[in-house]
Write a protein that binds this ligand. Structure first.
Ligand code: AMP
Ligand code: GLY
Length: 435
């Protein structure tokens, strides 16, 4: 079957890489893709948010399966567009409907959903502009640090964690009244701060049945030791050693099952990924957020370990037959990915730097590309996050060393990567601390 992947990051390169290994796969198209995806299929110059262009292309090329990488087309309703057009109804899409995509697109919607289905999450209240006085009063009932979340999509920047009450009040006012995040901060969720260890869980659901994909940990800050500004993600590790069977069973019983039950009970049209961000607080899982897509760079480590035929699995999901899927087979290894970024990211950075030595690295390393473009056989930087250097080994520390060696070797002007990705997980858990 011909497959179209929407998006242009390392996640989409990893999805294309895995899809390309299935016997069920015919042509692979990636829109708009990058220099990495172009080595596995055909890049198509169209925007994932231009639904008509996506649909016209899918019909012209007899595409039967569309994997939606990023959240924006989902939140804007790409699935509804296809479902409501008879000539497109036969095309399978991996992703939820617009209504269900609010689990990511509206923090308030997600909070109400969690409350209704008894899914553990931080205590919170949602406020609009008119409620500014009660919002400030609610802030005063919380202990610092204060957590403010823009309700809508804000390119991963919509969560503020502030130590000082005066600063928190000022930011809250800025968000609600000053619309500092535009439409996204028309509503703001004010939430209790949770202290614990973060972990991400990936679930594939057809709206009724589900399969668990492996756990992963991502590293969001730009600097070593989890310091500095937030980024899209500087690295990831899968599986997460502290997520033992007991913890995973708790997460499945207390979070995954009620989430899928809620989706079914609400009658939400959902064939796709649920990426659940969790804080483990005193051994108990608490949901920080839902995403309605796979994570980037978590996809890179999850795909590296997945043995099962991914296309067969996605087809069963889209056909609402996940209950018939054979058990997921994962390699019993640890995968790690290091994101190489352009110097200056996540603030100002330069593009168009020639990337050297990408071909000459160890055979078992996979370099997933993100912000890149090709000119002839040369590959140039084209974004903040440039490459995700991905290794696996039966031993986490060995996997880390392999990835580090490759990241040191690959070169472009201004390159930067964190050398401590996964380091916290190689120590005894009791020694886990960044401070
Ligand atoms: P979110 O987009 O909701 O996952 O938030 C982004 C990041 O902010 C999370 O990965 C956490 O590191 C942090 N965060 C969000 N909510 C909380 C909270 N209630 N307590 C502590 N940290 C939080
Ligand atoms: N790595 C976090 C995300 O994809 O949202």
């Amino acid at each position: 079957m011909n497959i179209l992947i929407l998006g242009s990051g390392g996640r989409e390169h990893a999805l294309a890489w895995k899809v390309s290994q299935s016997k069920l796969t015919g042509e692979i198209y990636i829109a708009p893709g990058n220099a990495g995806t172009a080595t596995l299929g055909t890049n198509i110059e169209l925007s994932p948010n231009d639904f008509k262009a996506v649909a016209d292309f899918a019909i012209a090329k007899s595409v039967e399966l569309i994997i939606v990488g990023p959240e924006e087309p989902l939140v804007r309703g790409i699935v509804d567009y296809f479902r409501s057009t008879p000539s497109l109804a036969h095309i399978r899409l991996i992703g939820p409907s617009q209504e269900a995509a609010q689990l990511e697109g509206s923090k308030d919607f997600a909070k109400q959903f969690m409350e209704k289905y008894n899914i553990p999450t931080a205590a919170s209240q949602t406020f609009e502009k008119e409620d500014i006085a009660s919002a400030k009063a609610f802030l005063k009932t919380l202990k610092p640090p204060y957590v403010l979340k823009a309700d809508g999509l804000a390119a991963g920047k919509g969560v503020l964690i502030i130590d000082n009450i005066a600063e928190a009040e000022a930011q809250l006012e800025d968000m609600l009244v000053g619309e500092s995040f535009g439409e996204a901060s028309r509503k703001v969720v004010v939430e209790a701060f949770l202290e614990g260890i973060e972990i991400s869980i990936f679930v594939l659901t057809d709206g009724k049945n589900y399969v668990l994909l492996p756990s992963a940990k991502d590293y969001k800050r730009i600097g070593e030791g989890d310091s500095g500004l937030n980024t899209g993600g500087m690295g990831a590790v899968s599986p997460v050693p502290f997520a033992d069977e007991t913890l995973l069973a708790k997460i499945e019983a207390q979070v995954v099952k009620p989430t899928i039950k809620g989706i079914e009970t609400e009658g939400l049209d959902y064939c796709g990924f649920v990426f659940i961000g969790l804080m483990i607080v005193d051994g108990e899982p608490v949901v920080l957020e839902y995403n309605v897509r796979m994570g980037d760079p978590e996809t890179q480590v999850v795909m590296k370990r997945l043995e099962s035929d991914f296309v067969a699995l996605l087809t069963q999901c889209a056909d609402k037959k996940l209950n018939e899927a054979p058990p997921i087979v994962m390699r019993d290894t640890t995968a790690i990915t290091l994101v190489m970024v352009s110097g200056g990211y996540p603030e100002k950075y330069e593009k168009h730097k020639l990337i050297h030595n990408m071909q000459n690295i160890a055979k078992d390393i996979t370099v997933f590309q993100a912000g890149t473009y090709a000119k002839g056989t040369d590959v140039y930087t084209n974004g903040g996050r440039v490459l995700a250097v991905t290794a696996q080994d039966s031993d986490l520390e060995q996997a880390r060393q392999k990835a580090l060696a490759a990241a040191h070797k690959i070169d472009f002007e201004g390159k930067y990567f964190r050398t401590d990705i996964g380091l916290d997980l190689t120590r005894e858990r009791s020694a886990y601390t960044w401070n």
